[in-house]
Ligand binder design. Structure first.
Ligand code: SF4
Length: 66
């Protein structure tokens, strides 16, 4: 699978939580952020597209808050 999420550079979750131990443990960056196809299932991306504004930085790609 190639490509990354188009919001990678502007995503507060990626920028601020990519080093978080739980995030690393769950592998969310690899599963979602670095996989363009899978990133379409990211709760943050859906939220952003629906509301026109990014969710809180601590919302994870599954929709749960850290
Ligand atoms: S958390 Fe979601 S919106 Fe943010 S970079 Fe990863 S896949 Fe994209």
């Amino acid at each position: 699978m190639s490509g990354k999420c188009e919001f990678l550079d502007s995503c507060g979750f990626f920028r601020n939580f990519k080093g978080n131990s739980e995030v690393i443990k769950q592998g969310w960056i690899t599963l979602y952020c670095e996989n363009r196809e899978q990133s379409e299932k990211c709760a943050r991306k859906k939220y952003r597209k629906e509301k026109g504004t990014p969710p809180p930085d601590n919302m994870t790609p599954t929709g749960k808050l850290l």
